[in-house]
Design a protein around this ligand. Structure first.
Ligand code: ZN
Ligand code: FE
Length: 239
């Protein structure tokens, strides 16, 4: 039974500890100290880091955690040269392991050129970094709208009950934009009420699910690449 611990760090980043059997894997350590402390508090030893992409708010803790634990670091082959301390580069079709649970690597370029997602089918869990967010998607720093649109389509092909563990708590600001795109979407309107209540209570809105994003996320609901591109550009300009 895979256990997942969500650690909020910096302004709005989430780092995850994923534990099964003798293994504890860290997803996207922005920083080291709170991650090491969370593992230690549970009597877990970090054995591996999985990075989704090279941005410092996803890799900043790599070297300190490796120095403290001797863990191995696995990251995207498409940007391996930018991943501090990387031991193993993986891409589409490769697998990663957390105890008895196997994860599949999915190439999801768009936010960065070599961005990976990690999908653990046996646990119905997806770690997607800065590709798919609750009610949003990552900015296109290194990729094209066509690339990001294709990446989101790959993720939306996963089962509806898949839990989406993204790397940021951006949901409330994403919601402000989403309702301007689909003002008549009643599923979205009721989700926004839930989101505002959760944030007012100091609770995370992550994880989401594929089914929820399919019903409410304006980026997964774009009708074409051109439609997606228009929505992404509008969000970039939205205040
Ligand atoms: Zn990023
Ligand atoms: Fe990020």
């Amino acid at each position: 039974m895979m256990e997942i611990v969500q650690i909020a760090v910096l302004n709005d980043n989430y780092v995850y500890l994923v534990h099964d059997g003798d293994e504890t894997v860290v997803i996207d350590p922005a920083v080291a100290e709170p991650v090491l402390a969370a593992a230690e508090a549970r009597g877990w030893t970090i054995t591996q880091i999985l990075n989704t992409h090279w941005h410092p708010d996803h890799t900043g803790g790599n070297l300190a955690i490796k120095a403290a634990t001797g863990c191995r670091i696995t990251g995207p082959a498409g940007e391996a040269a930018k991943i501090p301390g990387i031991d193993r580069a993986v891409a589409e079709g490769d697998t990663v392991q957390v105890g008895s649970v196997t994860g599949r690597v999915i190439d999801v370029p768009g936010h960065t050129a070599g961005h990976n997602a990690y999908y653990f089918a046996g646990a119905d869990v997806l770690f997607c970094g800065d590709t798919l967010f609750a009610l949003g998607c990552g900015r296109l720093f290194e990729g094209t709208p066509a690339q990001m649109s294709a990446s989101l389509s790959k993720l939306m092909a996963l089962p509806d009950d898949t839990l989406i563990y993204c790397a940021h708590e951006y949901t409330q600001s994403n919601a402000r934009f989403a309702v301007t795109v689909e003002p008549a979407n009643t599923a979205l309107a009721s989700r926004v009420i839930d989101i505002d209540a959760a944030r007012a209570a100091g609770k995370p809105t992550v994880p989401s699910t594929i089914g929820l994003e399919r019903a409410t996320n304006p980026f997964t609901r774009a009708r074409s690449v051109a439609d997606f591109a228009t929505r992404r550009a509008a969000k970039d300009a939205f205040r």
